[in-house]
Design a protein around this ligand. Structure first.
Ligand code: ATP
Length: 307
């Protein structure tokens, strides 16, 4: 009995950990294919994105959700991210921000209401097509014990070395790669070169660029990088997000002042909604969060043209 229990228990732990971190979604589903809680509907269709160049319109329609039935995390949540625009979500720790991205990937099903991409309910499309359409730059990128090329190519297995270098260039990682003795063939991860937080995030951006997802989710790291890296990365993120449907889960307000729309979440509800300027003028929760953070970290200058 114990022999059977141990591996099952181990799998359960791995599954929970990966599910929690949203860190490496594709990998998780290839490992855990047999262990899914959520199944495709028998007549599930392939997700169709109306304009793949800008990505889908995303709609949360009266969504109610809890991980456990008696503890509701999202209460009757409704909002729209128009196709090709950027929405940032801010709010206290535990407000339910990361839960939104887990629901978009359909790790869980809503208890009531619905989530649609270009009008298609996530429960009516195949999970493979849904996950193919979403790219996430996670808080903490999981690296494989393999080469830099392998780690970037993971975004699109049939990509050529030239396409990998193009993605690396766009993520401003090319100079770093070129100065390594073995370039793209350099081993990274636990048994190879250790990358810094900023380098890992650039790698995640390159991987996501290569995947060319319709919907981009950027889960901002809670721990601040050094100011120069932070500014350079923000510029890259805005470049990546420009004219593409993007959801940014933000911890630092200075990084999202350019968003088309900011949602302030509080206890699973939207407390405020608007642009940075509108929310400051409203003088509510966002304005006081801004005042508080301004005293801690000076806002980076994003007025220069993007690279
Ligand atoms: P942070 O800013 O700290 O990342 P968040 O706003 O992203 O927080 P979520 O991760 O969405 O918050 O979590 C919302 C609530 O759901 C929290 O109270 C959390 O404890 C709970 N929660 C998250 N994951 C699970 C889970 N797998 N099972 C049960 N409860 C969970």
């Amino acid at each position: 009995m114990i022999q059977l229990y141990m591996p099952l228990n181990f799998l359960g732990v791995v599954y929970r950990e990966l599910k929690q971190s949203t860190a490496d979604i594709d990998r998780m589903f290839s490992i855990m294919d047999q262990n899914r809680e959520i199944q495709d509907a028998p007549d599930a269709r392939t997700l169709q994105i109306l304009d793949p160049r800008v990505g889908p319109a995303v709609h949360f329609d009266h969504v109610r959700f809890g991980y456990e039935p008696n503890r509701i995390i999202l209460h009757d949540l409704s909002f729209t991210i128009p196709a090709g625009t950027t929405t940032a979500i801010v709010g206290r720790s535990g407000a339910g921000k990361s839960t939104l991205s887990r629901l978009l990937f359909r790790f869980y099903d809503v208890q009531s209401g619905r989530i649609t991409l270009d009008g298609q309910d996530v429960r009516d499309v195949t999970q493979a097509s849904l996950r193919q359409a979403i790219g996430i730059v996670p808080q903490d990128t999981v690296l494989f014990n393999d080469t830099i090329a392998y780690n970037i190519r993971y975004g699109r297995p049939d990509a050529s070395d030239e396409e990998i270098m193009q993605a690396a260039r766009a993520a401003q990682m090319d100079a770093f790669i070129e100065q390594l003795p073995e370039g793209l063939a350099t081993q990274v991860g636990e048994r190879g070169l250790k990358l810094s937080g900023g380098e890992k995030q650039r790698l995640a951006i390159a991987r996501t660029l290569l995947k060319r997802p319709g919907l981009l989710i950027f889960d901002e790291a809670t721990s601040a990088l050094d100011t120069r890296t932070e500014r350079a990365l923000q510029r890259e993120i805005w470049q990546l997000a420009r004219n593409r449907t993007t959801l940014i889960i933000a911890h630092r307000l200075s990084t999202i002042t350019h968003a088309d729309q900011i949602l302030v979440m509080d206890h699973g509800r939207i407390a405020e909604q608007g642009t940075h300027a509108q929310l400051l003028a409203a003088g509510g929760v966002y304005a006081s969060m801004w005042d508080m953070q301004k005293r801690e970290v000076p806002a980076p200058d994003l007025s220069e043209p993007l690279a």
